[in-house]
Write a protein that binds this ligand. Structure first.
Ligand SMILES: Nc1ncnc2c1ncn2[C@@H]1O[C@H](COP(=O)(O)OP(=O)(O)OP(=O)(O)O)[C@@H](O)[C@H]1O
Ligand SMILES: [Mg+2]
Length: 241
């Protein structure tokens, strides 16, 4: 399915560059990425290991900043917000109210159980007092998500007691707890067998229909990429459609 011309653009990435600096060593990764994503569109990003897929996801999610350059001013625009111009407070707000992020390596908190790990995003969003008054609703949603991902009998377990694929599903549930408008998922099915991976994608597709979720997903799996509206590739630090 190709995005309709009538759909509206929700995300625009323009001339984004990123070089990591480790002491004197410079690791140039992105060399001017341009990308446009429509509301409710599902795009997947393919690219060789080390091509900068996670780096790009972190930049879009406001977890890191692109290189600043007078010559090539970068911009990442989400709706009417210029993410590249936001300060720390604006970025926090963007991350917690708009974005759900599934990290490639999950980043679950080891001392919390699964249910608490999923609820943590809501705690950050609402603050301690706001969360207390919303606790029942949030926990109910967390339980529903975990149930849909086949983890209803694991709520009280800690991440270390789960398999890789189970942890991955917890990470996806956590990313969805705040009902984000934009899901950024970095290889969300990398540790799942095909059938489980397909089932998770079915849930995400349903959410896209019911709540207008836009999805940007990194994958190495061509079969998963084939389900998306559009596939882009990162080659030599640039996007190739
Ligand atoms: N924090 C960092 N400091 C220095 N270099 C980094 C950092 N993060 C990533 N890199 C380097 O940037 C390049 C791109 O990394 P990135 O994680 O974005 O690749 P990727 O496309 O997601 O790879 P993979 O498919 O293996 O997950 C790699 O060469 C990596 O070593
Ligand atoms: Mg990666």
């Amino acid at each position: 399915m190709v995005a309709q011309a009538s759909q509206s653009e929700i995300l625009r990435v323009k001339d984004v560059r990123k070089t990591y600096k480790l002491g004197r060593v410079k690791v140039p990764v992105l060399h001017g990425v341009d990308l446009s994503v429509q509301h409710k569109e599902w795009i997947t990003i393919l690219g060789a290991s080390g091509s900068g897929k996670s780096t790009l996801m972190h930049l879009i999610g406001g977890l890191d900043r692109p290189d600043r350059s007078q010559e090539h001013p970068p911009s990442i625009v989400y709706g009417d917000r210029v993410i590249t111009k936001l300060g720390a407070k604006g970025l926090n707000q963007y991350r917690s109210s708009e974005v759900g992020f599934v990290f490639q390596f999950y980043h679950l908190l080891p001392e919390l159980n699964i249910l608490q790990n999923v609820c943590i995003g809501a705690m950050i969003r609402h603050g301690r007092f706001g969360y207390t008054s919303n606790k029942k609703v949030v926990e109910q949603r967390a339980k529903e998500l975990l149930d849909r991902f086949g983890l209803s009998d694991r709520m009280k377990h800690r991440p270390a007691e789960l398999s890789g694929g189970e942890r991955q599903r917890v990470a996806i549930a956590r990313a969805l707890i705040n009902e984000p408008a934009l899901l950024l998922a970095d290889e969300p099915t990398g540790n799942l067998d095909l059938k489980t991976g397909e089932a998770i994608l079915d849930v995400l597709t349903e959410l896209r229909e019911s709540s207008g979720l836009t999805m940007v997903m990194v994958t190495h799996d061509e079969r998963i990429a084939a389900r998306a509206d559009r596939v882009i590739r990162l080659v030599d630090g640039r996007v190739v459609e």
